[in-house]
Write a protein that binds this ligand. Sequence first.
Ligand SMILES: [Zn+2]
Length: 67
Amino acid sequence: MNKREPRLSQTDYVNREGAQCPWCESGNLEGHDRDFGRGMATLEVGCLDCEQFWIEEYQLTGYREVM
Ligand SMILES: [Zn+2]
């Protein structure tokens, strides 16, 4: 399988709120396994158009009270 270079930079991906595939810019995405660590979390995402998979990275940003 060929290794393809993504079209979107890290910043592009975040600015588009993770709504587009970094490789083909499709919005046809599917979330898979998520994993929570200390202060961070990851989510595996797959593109249904080009069949590329990647890991989204989340960071803890704060907390709020439940009303
Ligand atoms: Zn894609």
